[in-house]
Design a protein around this ligand. Sequence first.
Ligand code: PMP
Length: 287
Amino acid sequence: MSRTVYVNGDYLPEEEAKISIFDRGFLMADGVYEVTSVLGGKLIDFDGHAKRLERSLKELDMAAPVTMDELLAIHRELVAKNAIVDGAVYLQVTRGSAGDRDFAFPDPEKVPSSLVLFTQSKPGMAYDPKVQKGISVISIDDIRWGRRDIKTVQLLYPSMGKMMAKAAGADDAWMVEDGMVTEGTSNNAYIVKGGKIITRALSNDILHGITRAAVLRFAREAQMEVEERSFSIDEAKDADEAFITSASTFVMPVVKIDGAAVGEGKPGRVALRLREIYLDESCKAGI
Ligand code: PMP
């Protein structure tokens, strides 16, 4: 069945949704996005995603196409129209179309930004069977640009990273810069050693994950020790546990790095506990 999607003010069947070939998102990857998960028909951490979107727009001098209240209403309308129980709402804002190709930004007074949203249905996504086995990752060089804190639609290298992982028989890739892990292709990376949760500190080098913020808050509330610092692939291989977080995978155990088993080679206690807390608390707070 065709989805109902949202494009610049209209709710349309996906086949009828149109964006100009001159849209700067298409020509220049001049756009930002957010993915908010839906569990039991509720939006998970909408406020966090809306705040990060505002920040991404501000950092790129891009106008917000609607207010954050309007954005919430559009999310809810799409979840209802598409009868989403579990899944995600994808949202993208681009600098719009000036009717031609030009490197210079168009005047935002004359060229409004484009806003597109669509849903993805993933029934039972909180019960992903991969959690029981854990996932494997490979390490790859991080050759992305220097503003990874802005959630832009420049996802070519992360896509290539996922393909490199697939070719190596692994599930995903962790990116490494100056000998230290930055993050996963579409997630934040963590290790656990002696009960301590270690993850890279926030900077322009990584995306400030909304799931990361929630998971670290829950970990601290549960009296778990958290250290925000960089770690290497060697340190990760030698850790007791490893895991990733993102809005679509929540907390997912990592059991193998570059072919080497992490800890006992099975999902760790800390990762599984954090996943449980995260899902419980986020579902309760869903809107
Ligand atoms: N890092 C990168 C590079 C990502 O693409 C994502 C997913 N958007 C994350 C981290 C995790 O962010 P979040 O928890 O907000 O989904």
